[in-house]
Design a binder for this molecule. Structure first.
Ligand SMILES: [Zn+2]
Length: 378
């Protein structure tokens, strides 16, 4: 009877919803800040666009999302710093306009306090080491502005770190790159090694005295793309005490989608990147943002996401796996995980797979909160 009426599934979902009121759901990478800055969208409403807004965060049990202040790599030098400040300012205006619904959180205790008060705890990060313009003073200022993590590279190498989707140039991290990691450890900023080359990953883990995060990557053993983690990397991450946030993007979860993704990635010509500044550059970015919203059809389903979580847990251990959807930065979310409101369905799917309540709490947020406590403080 249960199979016919779907009652068994409902029981898992009910259990997941109850659990979600006990854990603080953390998603370690969403790109929603772009929609706030470029499109001026009001996230307090169910927008019917993109993958994230406050109603859908609450529905999905995601009470502490990492808002990535991502700047495309064609913003160079001081332009990348300017763009970071524009994104930071857009988020400031949004949060200040809705103090009853959302608040910045800059520590583990902050996240717990804000979530307990029924508000969304916004945790700010930057995505790309180019955003510091090779200057540790800029890095320190970002930290003072409440930016609590940095991905060392985006799609392209920086002057001090190799990316997984560019030609090797520095053999991982340069001496300055290692200094960046040490400085982030010192000032309590989380080192994020998504996007970086395998050698940069190794170098960062060798230098870092604190746990790192892989904010939005999945498992290469199941879907072979350079931004996913090999089993050796997952084991090294466990030894470091870090956490990988499983990415739901097209190509990250399913090999058929991965083949299509690699074809698309290899066709991007980086020599065609614009050589613009100021408003002309912002206009170019806005045009690209509008173009990139076209949905991509994928083979991946919520079962693939469960398989990646399960693989990462088997290789790295239950204390080192989390969620980093990349929502609002991807075009083809898996069937069953169409937007952030569905993350509670993922918790239900993990319960159905046989994960205990305690394990699900760790995966859906507990592990990442532990890293925040260890690196950022309290
Ligand atoms: Zn990314």
């Amino acid at each position: 009877m249960a199979a016919v009426c779907g009652c068994a599934q409902d029981t898992y979902l009910e259990r997941a919803r109850r659990l979600a009121s006990e854990y603080i759901g953390i998603d370690s990478h969403i790109d929603t800040a772009q929609r706030v800055l470029i499109a001026g969208e009001d996230l307090t409403q169910r927008t019917g666009r993109g993958h994230v807004d406050l109603p859908r965060l609450r529905e999905g049990g995601v009470r502490a999302p990492f808002f990535a202040l991502w700047v495309p790599t064609y913003y160079k030098g001081a332009e990348a710093v300017r763009r970071t400040l524009d994104l930071r300012e857009a988020m400031q205006r949004f949060v200040e306009a809705h103090p009853d619904q959302i608040e910045f959180a800059a520590s583990a205790a902050d996240i717990e306090r804000v979530a307990r008060a029924g508000r969304i705890a916004a945790f700010l990060t930057i995505e790309g080491g180019h955003q510091i313009d090779d200057d540790l003073a800029v890095l320190r200022q970002y930290r003072r502005m409440g930016i609590m993590a940095m991905t060392l590279t985006h799609f392209r190498n920086t002057d001090w770190a190799d990316s997984s989707t560019d030609k090797p140039e520095h053999d991982g991290l340069t001496d300055f790159g290692k200094e960046v990691v040490r400085e982030m450890n010192r000032i309590g900023m989380i080192v994020d090694v998504s996007h970086v080359s395998d050698k940069t990953f190794q170098d960062a883990l060798a230098v870092s005295s604190k746990p790192v995060i892989v904010s939005h990557s999945s498992c290469r053993a199941l879907s072979n793309v350079p931004r996913n983690m090999t089993d050796d990397m997952l084991r090294a991450l466990a030894k470091n005490g870090g956490v990988v946030g499983i990415n739901f993007g097209e190509g990250f979860l399913n090999q058929q989608d991965a083949d299509a993704l690699m074809k698309a990635v290899n066709s991007i010509s980086f020599s065609k990147m614009p050589d613009l500044t100021g408003k002309a550059l912002d206009d170019y970015a806005a045009e690209e943002f509008r173009r990139d919203t076209t949905a991509v059809q994928v083979h991946a389903t919520i079962d693939d996401a469960v398989a990646h979580i399960d693989h990462a847990v088997k290789v790295a251990g239950i204390d080192h796996v989390g969620i980093g959807s990349d929502f609002d930065g991807i075009s083809g979310p898996p069937k069953g995980l169409e937007d952030i409101s569905r993350e509670v369905q993922l918790a239900a799917a993990l319960l159905k797979k046989g994960y205990s309540d305690g394990d699900v709490k760790k995966i859906m947020g507990g592990n990442t909160l532990r890293v925040i406590r260890e690196v950022v403080g309290k």
